[in-house]
Design a protein around this ligand. Structure first.
Ligand code: AKG
Ligand code: FE2
Length: 324
């Protein structure tokens, strides 16, 4: 097992896996596995989301967050508990953190055919009439990120010694979320509650997260030695990290690394930050019981058996986003 300390997250080219030779594919799997066994994050190029689409999506998202509070609140439905549509500031705090994050966000969920059995399990998406282009752009980005996620999970499956298509049926029409986040300008830093940050340190709940480059710096990951490492995705890169569900399934062989978004330096306090993570979830029925191959006397089983749906409900309650 590699014990190296990375100064930045490793960069890989997904085309080495999707469109390469047996050798480049094997090399990709090896480097990805090593990175996920160590820092839990990589940056990838050669994925399916174009720069043009991500820029158009950012523009639409910015237009939405620039609407008045009243207009935005029309898309905040209590019964959806933030799972679809808008969530205003002060609603979500990181697990174990008392002060809410300094952000508002908009969530888009799975696109299921009307006659599919999961149609009744997932709430319908909400679309703002003020930004008519958002629906199509968000759906396109959702599906491009999902397609990228399928390939990443195939590489992960091979690294784990599973069948390459192990995750495919679990994530087909999975409960994934595209979340557009706006971290508003910080007008009066001196009035902020102590501990209030853009996003307090946390691990992601899902299998993997795919994150297109944000509009500003601030994302940091916690390295094993306790150092915070800044992360930036280049314009053509996605940052892809391991979430808690995958860490659980692999008994922490793959690391769900703690990360956070810090407040900007004084000069940049007055500007907004936007980011759009895609949280790739399986269907709620997926069994997250630790894989036998990841449990031995040196690595005793750390987690009790649970389905993805049970785990998600537990975590949403902890961050203030569970339907009551
Ligand atoms: O805003 C970012 O860059 C990342 C946000 C994040 O980590 C999250 O929403 O889980
Ligand atoms: Fe996160």
């Amino acid at each position: 097992m590699s014990k190296k300390l990375y100064d930045e997250i490793p960069s890989l080219n997904l085309e080495d896996f999707t469109n390469g030779t047996e050798e480049t594919k094997a090399q990709f799997v090896k480097e990805l596995g090593e990175a996920y066994n160590n820092i839990g994050f990589v940056a990838i190029k050669g994925h399916y989301l174009s720069n043009e689409l991500s820029q158009k999506l950012y523009a639409a998202v910015e237009k939405f967050f620039n609407l008045s509070t009243e207009q935005k609140k029309a898309y905040e439905k209590e019964e959806l508990a933030g799972q679809r549509g808008y969530t205003s500031k002060g609603k979500e705090q990181a697990k174990g953190h008392k002060v809410p994050d300094l952000k508002e966000f908009y969530q888009v969920g799975q696109f299921v055919p009307d006659d599919h059995e999961l149609k009744k399990e997932y709430p319908d998406n909400l679309w703002p009439s003020e930004v008519p282009e958002l629906a199509e752009l968000a759906k396109d980005a959702y599906q491009k990120l999902e397609k990228t996620g399928f390939e990443m999970l195939r590489a992960i499956a091979i690294y784990l010694g599973l069948d390459e298509n192990y995750f495919d049926s679990e994530v087909t029409y999975g409960n994934s979320i595209l979340r557009a986040i706006h971290y508003p300008p910080i007008e009066n830093p001196e009035d902020l509650p102590e501990d209030a940050v853009r996003a307090a340190q946390h691990g992601d709940i899902n299998l993997i997260t795919l994150l297109m480059g944000a509009s500003a710096d601030g994302l940091q990951v916690l390295r094993r030695d306790g150092e915070w490492i800044p992360i930036t995705a280049l314009p053509n890169q996605l940052v892809v990290n391991v979430g808690d569900m995958l860490a659980r399934l692999t008994n922490d062989k793959l690391k769900s690394t703690i990360h956070r978004v810090v407040n900007p330096a004084k000069e940049q306090m007055k500007s907004s930050r936007y980011s759009i993570p895609f949280f790739m979830h399986p269907k709620s029925s997926m069994d997250l019981t630790c894989l036998d191959s990841c449990v031995d006397t040196d690595n005793p089983k750390k987690y009790e058996d649970m389905s993805a749906g049970e785990f998600l409900a537990e975590r949403l309650a902890e961050i203030g986003l569970l339907k009551k």
